[in-house]
Design a protein around this ligand. Structure first.
Ligand code: ADP
Ligand code: MG
Length: 605
């Protein structure tokens, strides 16, 4: 019998990994900028063309790389940072460590030119779709320049999914601005095809950067706050309720110098605004948290943008109370702004009216700063984290749909139609959206959102695993066991750990937490079925896809579930996060949009 299973060439593996890990130009930018920061750069300059699809070019003045470093730069799992991890048991979850440059080099034409600090000359190396060239001598200033051209050229399917240059550019801009807020001691600049988008100097602190990035109008509505409790402190700004936005895109959180996303923190902030915002409006906050690194897992998410707090409740309380105090300190009328008062608000929403920074702004800014005199922020509180590998590692936090979305209140049924949301037959949700209305299939959309999350986490090796204290033993035909074990790599990535226990028995050692409430036997039989069904026909990748789909489906809100307003808002918010909210995991559409124009036409107005 000839072997049918062959090891994939490393190049192909890297492309697959990158296709899943490097989502879009903004994720490339994030990885490159973090590398520059890790290299101790004081200034980072970025030039982006066509939203990053043609070129992402970054230059830093960090420690640089010597010829030997360069030779390894595009090799996956090569890193200078692993020693910092310290704790061996945590290494397993650093799925993405040392993989950024390899992944990027596998899917684009990349060139690194670098001169190590103190070295007389520089060197360069190229990787074109994973074909890595020789290190050669090159003239270069101290520091590193990396050019990423033709992103996803070697993964055309992936390239097709890039949005317009404008959309990608806005993600790049937002990503760089967040990093610039997190690292006020570093100078940053962004250019679009050689023309300045923004530039901040090392002397411009966080306030000045917020004003520059988000406009004077918003800046004037910010209230400072500062609070601490135990090993945690929070400092930053929250906007008066009038500055609320139509999306949750302006809940900005930073932890120990890193931009993070965190549902619990978002919830805490929202909670503090309770009674001050009308439905469907989202607060604007910039909160910088400092927490003893031993009390927080910053590596839950390999992109380091999600965290897990040891004492989540205390952090929630700290943020909630600090924000509330800042708002009440401003002597706000504690009443809901009546809807009529906001008439036409959508048109003048700050989201659209983003100011550009001009000369006159500087005056207004200093005036504002005088008016809000407070002790200067303790900059030592906002040092950048120890680097890529800083902090403890951990798996993704519990990830059950039910746990992540607030449960519907039991007892009294929730109001059926409040403000701008309506649930129809416990199946569809109707929302007002920017250009009209959207009718959403609650299950299809949630499933789609779950799938995106699962994919992202699987790509990053971070799906939370629930080990079974006592392995569950499942009887099944030997052939099925063989088929399952042959796919153990794919299963492992999904958090399913199996081992042969006997000729016709398999032991289940761990399941993804998302499915941990289900009977292991049912889960494993279901998996075996899918593995057998996919055999021969599809590749390993499509099996993984298939399994991810079924996991998404089973962990999503079902038709027939009553959806609370909070859940609905959450659905809409998270729909914004995914690439393609228009089609569900099974190819069914997730929503139907009717534009205001169409309504007008229909009613002959
Ligand atoms: P990681 O950051 O997880 O180590 P990367 O693939 O992002 O993995 O980078 C690989 C290695 O290349 C880093 O560990 C670092 O030694 C080096 N490196 C990358 N970018 C830079 C840079 N801008 N300056 C200096 N060294 C860098
Ligand atoms: Mg890196």
């Amino acid at each position: 019998m000839t072997a049918r299973i062959r090891k994939l060439p490393a190049q192909v593996v890297d492309r697959i990994a990158a296709g899943e890990v490097v989502e879009r130009p903004a994720s490339v930018v994030k990885e490159l900028v973090e590398n520059s920061l890790d290299a101790g750069a004081q200034r980072i300059d970025l030039d982006v063309r066509e939203g990053g699809r043609d070129l992402i070019s970054i230059r830093d003045d960090g420690i640089g790389m010597g010829a030997q470093d360069l030779a390894l730069a595009f090799v996956s799992h090569a890193t200078s940072k692993l020693a910092e991890v310290g704790d061996l048991e945590h290494i397993a979850s650093f799925g993405f460590r040392g993989e950024a440059l390899a992944s990027i080099g596998a899917v684009a034409d990349c060139r690194i030119v670098s001169r190590e600090r103190g070295a007389a000359a520089g060197h360069e190396i190229e990787s074109r779709g994973g074909t890595v060239g020789e290190v050669t001598a090159a003239g270069a200033p101290q520091g590193t320049r990396i050019e990423v051209r033709n992103l996803f050229r070697y993964v055309p399917a992936r390239r097709k999914f890039l949005r317009t240059a404008g959309t990608e550019m806005s993600h790049v801009t937002a990503t760089l601005q967040k990093l610039a807020l997190a690292n006020p001691d570093v100078a940053f600049s962004l250019q679009r095809a050689g023309r300045a988008v923004f530039r901040v100097s090392a002397g411009e602190d966080r306030r000045a950067r917020i004003a520059r990035f988000f406009g004077r109008q918003l800046f004037a509505q910010l209230l400072p706050l500062c609070a601490s409790s135990g090993a945690a402190s929070v400092e930053g700004f929250v906007a008066r309720p009038e500055a609320a936005r139509a999306t949750a895109a302006h809940l900005h959180f930073f932890l120990n110098g890193r931009p993070i996303r965190d549902r619990a923190l978002s919830h805490a902030a929202r909670h503090a605004y309770e009674g001050l915002l009308t439905r469907g409006r989202h607060p604007v906050v910039f909160l910088f948290l400092e927490i003893d690194p031993s009390l927080v897992d910053v590596n839950v998410h390999p992109a380091k943008s999600e965290v897990r707090f040891q004492d989540g409740e205390a952090v929630h309380r700290l943020v909630r109370e600090a924000v509330r105090e800042a708002l009440l300190g401003d002597e706000l009328a504690p009443s809901i702004v009546p809807d009529e008062a906001r008439g036409g608000a959508a048109g003048v929403d700050g989201d659209a009216a983003s100011d550009t920074y001009s000369a006159g702004v500087k005056d207004a800014l200093s005036e504002f700063l005088r008016g809000h005199a407070e002790p200067p922020p303790n900059e030592s509180l906002f040092r950048r984290g120890a680097g890529d590998a800083g902090g403890a590692a951990s798996r993704i936090a519990a990830d059950d749909a039910a746990a992540r979305l607030p449960a519907p209140a039991s007892g009294a049924p929730p109001p059926r139609a409040v403000g701008r949301f309506l649930q129809v037959r416990d199946t569809f949700l109707v929302f007002e959206v920017e250009d009209g209305l959207a009718i959403v299939d609650q299950h299809a959309l949630h499933e789609r959102i779950r799938l995106e999350e699962i994919k992202r986490r699987v790509a990053e090796g971070g799906l939370e695993v629930q080990p079974l204290l006592v392995p569950a033993l499942v009887e099944m035909p030997a052939a099925e066991i063989e088929a399952l074990l042959a796919e153990s790599e794919a299963l492992e990535r999904l958090g399913v750990r199996l081992a042969r226990f006997g000729e016709t028995t398999v032991a289940v050692h761990a399941l993804p937490s998302m499915l941990s409430r289900r009977d292991p036997e049912t889960v494993v039989r279901g998996l075996a079925e899918r593995v057998l069904a996919g055999k021969g026909a599809g590749s390993r990748l499509s099996l993984l896809d298939d399994l991810m789909h079924s996991m998404a489906c089973r962990s999503a809100i079902m038709a027939g579930d009553v959806v609370t307003e909070e859940q609905a808002a959450e659905l809409m918010r998270r729909a914004d996060l995914i690439d393609n909210p228009q089609s569900c995991a099974h190819g069914r559409p997730t929503s139907l949009r009717v534009s205001f124009k169409e309504l007008l036409r229909h009613f002959k107005r």
